[in-house]
Design a protein around this ligand. Structure first.
Ligand code: HEC
Ligand code: HEC
Length: 347
């Protein structure tokens, strides 16, 4: 059993190494590239059929992602809550949007969204394209009245008319074009080549002795990979681990989307890549440190009427808790750091 579980994780990582070796990277550099190289440990990015990669589209998406004019009063961009300075999260328990308004959930990182199936903590957006339209008209995030208003505002900027025409062949661009551009950019925000990936690729010195022990605890005693598995350390499924379930009116999570009892209080298993850089933790930002997270799991999560059966007291020793945290620190990766906020925006 132990062995099997290992093989699953290692097998996926070997495939990731193949990606680095060049599969998926356009060989003929005279042709425009149809995909991007990925850091060690990741698989080639899958581009949707109706939204293939192009460098110009990703560049346009990046401008839109960082442009505060996507908000009603020109103060908030996507990057306000998903900032490169915080590994594409925002470092706060819950986010602050337009006119200082706070929401009830924590901003997840935008890194490695290319490998995610559904978006949001409750998975209510099936694609990145769908997701990107939400925050713009959310009254407590970017506060635009509607998508018509957003598009009219952007069409009024000559520089954007030119860029959309170049990428999509029309100056009469729509919210769908905008969403496609932003989603393309997001799929380029990657994290791999961590100490862990180097270790897997054969550099046995890449992990410290503590981290190697932490990997063993992760896979065997704590079995964290029952949910946090594969190249992005998530099976993209939804589970109730108990966070916030002791409140008088708990956030029902996935239940609001599916109305199935089994989804009550369930949330999407998040990636653990760059996890040491995206505190605080959980959908409500209620856990401040990785030590606190490990304590939470060690106690068996928080009992409630729908606690996942995989969540049980772990009986970890103090040393094992330390190793587990050390292992998670080995998941700090590289890739997204190359993305810098544009210094000039279309006018
Ligand atoms: C005011 C802060 C704020 C702004 C502005 C904002 N977001 Fe978010 N974002 C959040 C929060 C909070 C969530 C989680 C909400 C939830 O799950 O219900 C989220 C979720 C996401 C997710 C899902 C990630 C995942 O792991 O499921 C993506 C992708 C994302 N935002 C991208 C964007 C883009 C693109 C923009 C700009 C168009 C944007 N965000 C603007 C706060 C913000
Ligand atoms: C039953 C599935 C499951 C298991 C097993 C599991 N997790 Fe999680 N993990 C989740 C879910 C779901 C969340 C999000 C919960 C929420 O926000 O309410 C989460 C959240 C986290 C977070 C916070 C991530 C963030 O971005 O805020 C960390 C860190 C974490 N888990 C580490 C671990 C470790 C370490 C183990 C093993 C001791 C583990 N998990 C075992 C499902 C699981």
């Amino acid at each position: 059993m132990k062995r099997m579980r290992r093989i699953v994780l290692y097998g996926l990582l070997a495939a990731g190494a193949a990606a680095i070796a060049g599969i998926g990277i356009a060989a003929d550099d005279k042709k425009p590239s149809t995909t991007i190289p990925v850091p060690l440990g990741l698989l080639p990015v899958q581009w949707p059929e109706d939204n293939p990669y192009s460098a110009e589209k990703a560049e346009l998406g990046k401008l839109l992602y960082f442009d505060k004019r996507l908000s009603a009063d020109n103060t908030i961009s996507c990057a306000t809550c998903h900032s490169p300075a915080h590994a594409f999260a925002d470092g706060a328990p819950v986010s602050t949007g337009i006119r200082g308004q706070k929401g009830g959930r924590s901003a997840p990182t935008v890194i490695n969204r290319a490998y995610s199936l559904a978006q949001f903590w409750d998975g209510r957006a099936p694609t990145l394209e769908e997701q990107a339209k939400g925050p713009i008209t959310n009254p407590i995030e970017m506060g635009m009245k509607n998508h018509e208003e957003t598009i009219a505002k952007l069409r009024g900027i000559a520089g954007y008319r030119k860029l959309f025409a170049k990428v999509f062949g029309t100056e009469q661009f729509t919210i769908d074009h905008l969403a496609k551009a932003i989603a393309t950019f997001e799929r380029t925000v990657l994290s791999g080549n961590s100490a862990y990936d180097k270790y897997k690729a054969g550099n046995k010195k890449a992990l410290s002795a503590e981290q190697i022990r932490g990997l063993d605890v992760y896979l065997n005693k704590a079995k964290c990979d029952q949910c946090h598995e594969g190249i992005n350390f998530t099976a993209n499924a939804f589970h109730n681990i108990g966070v916030g379930m002791d409140k008088p009116y708990p956030d029902v999570g996935r239940f609001a989307v599916t109305k199935k009892d089994a989804d009550w209080g369930a949330y999407k298993t998040p990636t653990l890549r760059d996890i040491a850089r995206t505190a605080p933790y959980m959908h409500d930002g209620s856990q401040k440190t990785l030590e606190e997270v490990v304590e939470f799991y060690d106690k068996g999560g928080l009992k409630n009427k729908n606690l996942d059966e995989k969540i049980k007291p772990l009986k970890l020793t103090e040393a094992e808790k330390k190793y587990l945290v050390a292992f998670m620190q080995a998941l700090n990766g590289e890739g997204w750091q190359k993305i810098q906020e544009p210094t000039k925006f279309p006018e």
